[in-house]
Write a protein that binds this ligand. Sequence first.
Ligand code: GLU
Ligand code: MG
Length: 457
Amino acid sequence: MGVADHVEAADRLGVAEGVELIRFLWVDHGSITRGKAVTLRALTSRMVSGVGLAVTRQATGLSDLGLPVPGYNAVGEVRLLPAPETMVPLPHAPGSAAVLCDLVTADGDPWDACPRTFLKQAVESAGEYEVMAGFEPEFTLCRTQPAPGRFEPADDSLCFDNEGFDATSDFAVDLVRALHEQGLDVETCHPEFGPGQHELTLQPMTALRAADAYVTQRLTTRGVARRHGMWATFAPVPTPNARGNGNHLHVSLWSRPADGVAPVNLFADDSDPLGLSALARSFIAGVLRHLPGLLALTCASVNSYHRLRPRLWSGAFGAWGPDNREAAVRVPSQLGGREAASTNIEFKPCDSTANPYLALGALIHAGMDGVRHARDPGPALTEDPNEMSAAELVRAGVVALPQSLEEAVSALEADDLLMSVLGPARRALYPTIKRADVVEMKTLGDELQFHTHAVRY
Ligand code: GLU
Ligand code: MG
């Protein structure tokens, strides 16, 4: 093939003009986006054959060392196989593009330690329902890359403060343009609580697309910040006492598009006082039932538990309620003019140290367990749990949540459903990786723990 043929083939694959390097990316168990790049000339063949990867890459935590899990050592190879529809240019890295990959065996079969495959399986398990989802990541924008003992937020504005828009306007406008160039539809963008904290949301999408879009959004946010000489961190709590950065998950179940019939949001029921169907309530019941174990996959770092505390609106109470910002599951009030379409549940105890494919996949499995058994979540929590006594919380059925990553991992291991859907490989790998992170962070000590998360995420 001559150069012109390569360019033409790349064009058919949606690679923007002028791109020389295409990153084949995946997200590891610790939610670090990693990859290898191929050149434009190698792209056509590598889109088919993939790029090789040692199996130990899915057996590493924050130390970056391979951990002792049987079967994950120096022997063994998988492939990064691109999902062509995820190809995007990287405006912050001119000449580069990125494509998200599945991890497959050398024979091309799905690999049982592939997170993206886990989400695909979760979506399949929802059977007749189409899962719509949206990620709501918050991040802290810093003037410079954090160093131990140095953390400099880009602004000192109040929540939703117009000053925060002005202090970061060049960055925000560039970011929105970059995301639009990547084909993502940005819906909202604003400064939030605490110095440097911002949030940007995309339109809801089908579950796999939403997780893919979040990965692209996160790496682009970090890249655009870097291009501006700044630093964006999605760490749950990047420096002691900072307001937490959440990554709330929004989910609803829809009918699948059928010939001539528009899909309908099956979480909506206008005869219900909260506008919520029995299906949505059962889904919530499933989520609450599996909440302690779920947290190992959604609040997936030592750092997560500095955020998951009362009064921080991070969903630290095991309960559900309409517009209740302290409940793990909030039912957001519907939007005027699109009441049925906007009906969804918001899962708050999730942050960006969670692998998005594992987090959303596990949430779907938990919710669908509630649906299959037609479970009832009990009455909604309509009060602020911070204003309730311990006895009142018990009476209201508010379940206690793990207070640390260790506790969450133990709860995961005790959750038969979640362990079963994870499958043998992830079941062996995930707890080992997370426990190694716990030890690693204890060894580093508190200051370096915050710093490590601020730079890794
Ligand atoms: N920052 C909060 C969290 O950690 C969320 C605040 C909000 O409701 O936007 O989840
Ligand atoms: Mg927010």
